[in-house]
Ligand binder design. Structure first.
Ligand code: SF4
Length: 338
């Protein structure tokens, strides 16, 4: 049975600065239910010397309320590697927590729900990538067992840079077919794609984008490269979640739509009062398994801990470190987009 924590004057005082950031996207009644959990998590986090990493697709009360660092998988991997906190609690999906453990094995790495998976990560097995005949680039959305088999990892923020860093004519790129095809459009390297898809981004169609343009004339459309190449070609800008955030930082007003997981717009809205966000309704069921209640249980009982066999971890580390050794990608506002 769930115990509802009371919204006391003390909780109200403690969480007031957070409410100021969240009040445009979270209804007051909901905040009064969530704020006691936020306050309890933040207190326990300090006691346990834990750091909470929150992906851009988390709900706003996790993103703004309890996360010490937020970002895309590349930014959060770097944070996980560099932290000296005793505990890393990952508010994201399983492969992200695994990547944190690969990079920082001396820390206790927790994920609040072990079922928080990813359709891309689950689309491939280690057996599928043995003996490919060409170098293999794996999107970071893969399990450690895949990372242990491949030459190098990448994220959507650095995929082209990683493919070209190998200095070869051909690569196998997995598991995301659409990201692979979007990368292929930007490089001379021959990119052979695996057949994985993100169940969130594959929902977007060119017709939907045309409909947004018809309904909101002048709207700027920013799309994630896990969308199909056709959708990306119909957008005004294509970039990772970090790329989109950088793009929003350009001085500009007007309407904008983010063709990606729907919490993202809620999370960036507060920082951009000059923009009007048209919202999509495309949530990732895996990301949404992470709730404040589960985060509190995770920190209280130190569950669910990510454990990796050391030989596997070391092999996976090579491909992740090879990616992290590359320079940080340029800010997206310097990127030509599509
Ligand atoms: S949004 Fe797509 S790629 Fe990201 S975790 Fe969900 S299913 Fe995986």
């Amino acid at each position: 049975m769930t115990t509802v924590l009371p919204f006391t004057p003390e909780v109200a005082r403690e969480t007031e600065p957070l409410w100021e950031r969240l009040k445009t996207v979270v209804p007051r009644f909901e905040w009064e239910m969530k704020a006691p959990l936020v306050a309890a998590i933040n207190r326990l986090k300090r006691e346990r010397r834990a750091v909470i990493l929150g992906h851009n697709y988390m709900v706003p009360e996790i993103f703004h309320g309890i996360s010490d660092f937020t970002g895309d998988s590349l930014e959060l991997a770097r944070r996980a590697r560099d932290t000296d906190a005793a505990i890393i609690l990952f508010c994201g999906v399983h492969f992200m927590a695994e990547t944190a453990k690969i990079l920082n094995p001396g820390r206790t790495v927790l994920i609040p729900d072990l079922e928080a998976g990813c359709s891309l990560s689950e689309s491939i097995t280690a057996e599928d990538v043995r003996h490919p005949g060409v170098p293999v680039v794996a999107y970071v959305n893969t399990p450690a067992a895949i990372k242990a088999e491949v030459d190098v990892c990448c994220t959507s923020a650095n995929a082209v840079q990683v493919v070209e860093s190998l200095g070869v004519d051909e690569v196998l790129f997995l598991p995301d077919e659409y990201l692979a095809r979007n990368v292929a459009r930007k490089t001379k390297v021959k990119v052979t794609a695996w057949k994985g898809r993100c169940i969130v981004h594959e929902q977007f169609t060119v017709e939907m984008l045309e409909s947004y343009r018809a309904q909101f004339p002048g709207i700027e459309i920013l799309a994630h490269p896990e969308c199909s190449p056709e959708v990306c070609a119909a957008a005004d800008f294509v970039g990772s979640t970090k790329g989109m955030i950088d793009r929003l930082d350009r001085p500009k007003s007007g309407r904008v739509i983010l063709i990606t997981e729907c919490s993202m717009a809620d999370n960036v809205q507060g920082a951009h009062p000059e923009l009007e966000f048209v919202k999509t309704c495309t949530l990732c069921p895996h990301m949404k398994r992470i709730t404040l209640e589960k985060v509190l249980a995770s920190l209280t009982d130190l569950k669910h801990e990510i454990l990796l066999e050391e030989g596997l971890r070391l092999r996976a580390l090579r491909s992740v470190e090879r990616m992290l050794a590359l320079p940080v990608p340029a800010r997206a506002d310097a990127d030509p987009g599509e």
